[in-house]
Design a binder for this molecule. Structure first.
Ligand SMILES: [Zn+2]
Length: 119
């Protein structure tokens, strides 16, 4: 089976104005980087953090969820940024992506796919 195929006709893709909110898409938006300390990790090493804690009415939304490493998530816990005396590297936002941009290759995917995927 070939690792790459060339389409001879255009494939219509459903227009999607905004990226779907998901754990992996938040990690992609944040470049798999803890938004508090800058730790760059993988899917298993990172968590999602409510900037305004859910217990204080913080929604699970693009503008209130950031990527965090375990230690930062534990340190911040159920506190606001000010209460935890922490700072965000970048304010969270709702990204505008097309689905193909949100593709992240896995370790076992063919190397040739790197030429066709944008992170
Ligand atoms: Zn961190």
């Amino acid at each position: 089976m070939p690792s790459v195929i060339k389409l001879v006709t255009a494939v219509a893709m459903r227009k999607q104005k905004f990226a779907r909110f998901s754990r992996e898409n938040v990690f992609i938006r944040d470049s798999y980087t803890c938004q508090y300390c800058g730790f760059h990790g993988n899917y298993k090493e990172l968590t999602l953090d409510h900037v305004l804690p859910a217990s204080k009415g913080g929604p699970k939304s693009w503008d209130n969820i950031v990527t965090a490493c375990g230690p930062c998530n534990t340190k911040k816990a159920d506190k606001t940024i000010r209460e935890a005396r922490m700072k965000l590297l970048r304010e969270p936002y709702q990204p505008k992506w097309t689905p193909k941009i949100a593709v992240k290759l896995k370790d076992l995917d063919p190397v040739a796919w790197n030429n066709y995927v944008t992170y």
